[in-house]
Design a protein around this ligand. Structure first.
Ligand SMILES: [Zn+2]
Length: 314
C-alpha cells in the first residue's frame, strides 16, 4: 500500500526496497582477471552507496575504496580462484538455510523439482572461525561440484556466472529450507521417486546447467536417498537426522537401545549385576534390541525408586 498514491512516494519506496534488498548480502563480483568489486566491512549496509564498494585484487589486497573490504572476502576469492568460470559470489546468513547449517542437516532431494534443476546437490562445509583463509578453504572440497554450499553454524555461499545468478541460488535455497520446515510442521515430507529425479537432471544440459551426476551416470545412482557429498569429499559428512529419506530408514531402522532409555543399577538390591530386561537374542539368532520385557522393566524402575526412597529416608 502506498500512502497518498503519489508517484514520487512510490518511486522512493521502490528505491528503498532495492536498497534494503542490497544490504543483506556480502557480494563479490569479478570485474576483470585480477580485480573484484566487493562490499565493505562495518557499514550499515541498508544505506550503502555505490561509492562505498571497494575493489580488491585476487589476493584480497585493497586496490581502491574508502572503506575496508569485508573480512569474509577471502571466501569469495577462494571460490573464484578454484572456479574461473565463476564471476559472482554471494555470502549471507538467511535464516531458514542457516537453520539447516546450524542443525548440520543435509538438504534433502526429490522433494521439489525446482531444486533438482537449479541447485542440484547442496553441500555442507565444516565449521571454521569466519574471516581467515582456513575458513575460506572449508568450501574447497565441494566447490567444483556444486554452486550452493551451506557453511556449518554460519550461513550460505552461492555463486555463478553473474550477480543475479548467484543471488538467485541464495533465494532458492532459503525458500526451499523454509518450505521443508513448514512441511515438517504439517507432519511429513513426501519424496518423488529416483526415475523422476533422473528426468529432471536430464533437462539440465538444455538449460546449460552442469550437474556432476550426469557425469557419474544416473542409472546406477541412488538419486533420492543418497548424497553426493557423503563420502570422498573430506571427513565432514553430516548424516540426515530430521529429513531422512524412507529408503535410508529401510536400510537402517532407527533403534533406540534399551540401555539408553533406562540406566540399570550398577548392582541390584540382591547383589547381582544383571538388569532384568530382555535383550537376549531371539530364536533365529538375531538380537531383538527393540523387544522389551515390560514386566522386568517395571520391576527395575520399582527397584530404583524404592532404593532412592530408602536412601532419602536414611
Ligand atoms: Zn558470514
Amino acid at each position: 500500500m502506498i500512502g497518498n498514491g503519489t508517484v514520487l512516494n512510490e518511486w522512493k519506496l521502490r528505491e528503498q526496497m532495492c536498497e534494503i534488498g542490497r544490504r543483506v548480502y556480502n557480494k563479490g563480483f569479478r570485474i576483470s582477471e585480477d580485480r573484484v568489486l566487493c562490499t565493505p566491512t562495518r557499514i550499515s549496509k541498508g544505506f550503502m552507496k555505490p561509492d562505498d564498494l571497494c575493489i580488491i585484487d585476487m589476493e584480497g589486497k585493497q586496490i581502491s575504496g574508502q572503506r575496508k573490504r569485508s573480512s569474509e572476502m577471502l571466501l569469495h576469492l577462494t571460490i573464484m580462484k578454484a572456479r574461473p568460470d565463476v564471476r559472482s559470489v554471494v555470502h549471507c546468513h538467511p535464516p531458514h538455510a542457516t537453520a539447516f547449517a546450524v542443525a548440520q542437516e543435509p538438504i534433502p532431494k526429490c522433494v521439489l523439482p525446482e531444486i533438482e534443476v537449479f541447485l542440484g546437490e547442496v553441500a555442507i562445509a565444516p565449521y571454521e572461525t569466519p574471516g581467515g583463509q582456513k575458513f575460506a578453504d572449508t568450501v574447497l572440497p565441494y566447490v567444483k561440484d556444486t554452486e550452493t554450499i551451506l557453511l556449518a553454524n554460519h550461513g550460505t555461499v552461492t555463486y555463478g556466472t553473474d550477480l543475479e545468478d548467484a543471488y538467485f541460488k541464495t533465494e532458492i535455497i532459503d525458500a526451499y529450507c523454509r518450505i521443508l520446515l513448514l512441511a515438517k510442521q504439517l507432519g511429513r515430507v513426501h519424496y518423488y521417486p529416483d526415475e523422476k529425479a533422473a528426468e529432471l537432471i536430464k533437462l539440465k544440459p538444455n538449460l546449460n546447467i552442469p550437474d556432476p551426476r550426469l557425469r557419474l551416470g544416473l542409472e546406477n545412482c541412488d538419486l533420492c536417498g543418497n548424497n553426493l557429498f557423503r563420502e570422498g569429499y573430506g571427513e565432514f559428512s553430516p548424516e540426515p537426522k530430521v529429513y531422512v529419506h524412507p529408503k535410508l530408514m529401510e536400510q537402517a531402522p532407527v533403534q533406540i537401545p534399551i540401555e539408553s532409555r533406562i540406566s540399570p543399577p550398577a548392582t541390584s538390591s540382591n547383589g547381582s549385576a544383571a538388569p532384568r530386561y530382555n535383550a537376549a537374542p531371539s530364536s533365529n539368532g538375531q538380537a531383538k534390541t527393540g523387544e522389551l520385557d515390560v514386566e522386568a522393566l517395571v520391576q527395575t524402575i520399582t527397584d530404583q525408586v524404592m532404593r532412592a526412597l530408602g536412601g532419602a529416608g536414611r
